[in-house]
Ligand binder design. Structure first.
Ligand code: ADE
Ligand code: ZN
Length: 324
């Protein structure tokens, strides 16, 4: 099974570039940029990666991002992730970045996007890995900050395919960003949103209805609303599920209790993704293995995760054919 999963072509649709910052690169960038970090060793960093919910993770994740200063840092971060894609036979990836995490501390939007974009282009030419870039708004910040970020993105619309919504779900429902998403859609961006990760199933319905999203990031709490599950099946609305993330952030108590295989068998367009692999213990292969080790599942079902991801991706029909 391990060889089958390793060699299976994969498509990733839910990956935060800031969440790929491995402790080794964190130390290297801290040194390069003369930034103090509250850790003395790589082991100490890894030891700090024990979370009891989403917020306890986000606090560490935003702190880690402080070492990213120059365009080259964003290039190095993205390039290191693309090399992991190569290792895991990921042929196509649609990645998130959180500009506000950086602009709020004085790094320019251009520094961030130019470093990321240069690495993604090089990933296509040198590694044959295609990609799309999705800009997420931090939902714990206000609407005004999101509007400002959307305005900054307009100059780079050739590089950004969609906007998304991440960070603390509880207390920051999709409705808070209805007007921002409306403007983004008018400008021609596609939309996605984290919903039903830690927050209730009604956030999923709200994101679908108000933010007009093309797919739901996480969405695992859909199981709490039978009518919603039926709608997801009927309308083939994809869920970008992140199994290891959900265990690390205590969305489920164990992988055995995770609902991803149940949702797959009920006909939901579920996909497997790594979310923040440097923090959650693994990239794509490890996420697939974690699911397979906890759930009896056959090869055709495992391959269905890839077929679902191709279907849910933002590439055109011609590129979907290439990936199949
Ligand atoms: N930002 C990075 N990872 C996230 C997650 N799993 N949920 C919400 N926001 C995030
Ligand atoms: Zn996420």
């Amino acid at each position: 099974m391990k060889e089958f999963i390793q060699s299976l072509p994969k498509v990733e649709l839910h990956l935060h570039l800031e969440g790929t910052l491995e402790p080794e690169l964190m130390f290297e960038l801290a040194k390069r940029n003369h930034i103090d970090i509250p850790f003395n060793s790589i082991a100490e960093v890894r030891g700090a990666y024990s979370f009891h919910n989403l917020q306890s993770f986000l606090d560490i994740y935003f702190q880690g991002a402080n070492v990213l200063i120059n365009e080259q840092d964003f290039f190095d971060l993205t390039w290191a992730y693309l090399l992991r894609c190569q290792d895991d036979n990921v042929l196509h990836t649609e990645v998130f970045f959180d500009p506000q995490t950086h602009t709020e501390r004085g790094i320019s939007f251009e520094t961030v996007i130019n470093g990321i974009h240069r690495a993604l282009v090089q990933g296509t030419t040198e590694l044959g890995i295609s990609s799309k870039l999705i800009m997420c708004f931090l939902r714990h910040l206000d609407e005004e900050s999101a509007f400002k970020t959307l305005q900054q993105a307009q100059r780079h619309q050739d590089k950004i395919v969609a906007v998304g919504l991440d960070s603390s779900e509880i207390g920051h429902p999709p409705a808070k960003f209805e007007r921002v998403f409306k403007q983004a859609i008018n400008l021609g961006f596609l939309t996605v949103a984290h919903a039903g990760e830690e927050g209730e199933a009604s956030n999923i319905s709200e994101a679908l209805n108000l933010l007009k999203i093309s797919r739901i990031d996480h969405g695992v709490r859909c199981s709490e609303d039978e009518e919603l599950v039926k709608q997801l099946v009927r309308e083939r609305i994809p869920l970008t599920v992140c199994p290891l993330s959900n265990i690390k952030l205590k969305v489920f108590d164990s992988m055995e209790q995770h609902n991803i295989v149940d949702l797959l068998r009920r006909g939901v367009c579920v996909t497997i993704n790594s979310d923040d692999p440097a923090y959650f213990g693994g990239y794509m292969v490890n996420n697939f293995l974690a699911v397979v080790n906890a759930h009896p599942i056959n090869k055709a079902e495992i391959a269905q995760f890839t077929f679902n991801a191709i279907e849910a991706s933002f590439v055109n029909k011609h590129e979907k054919e290439r990936l199949r």
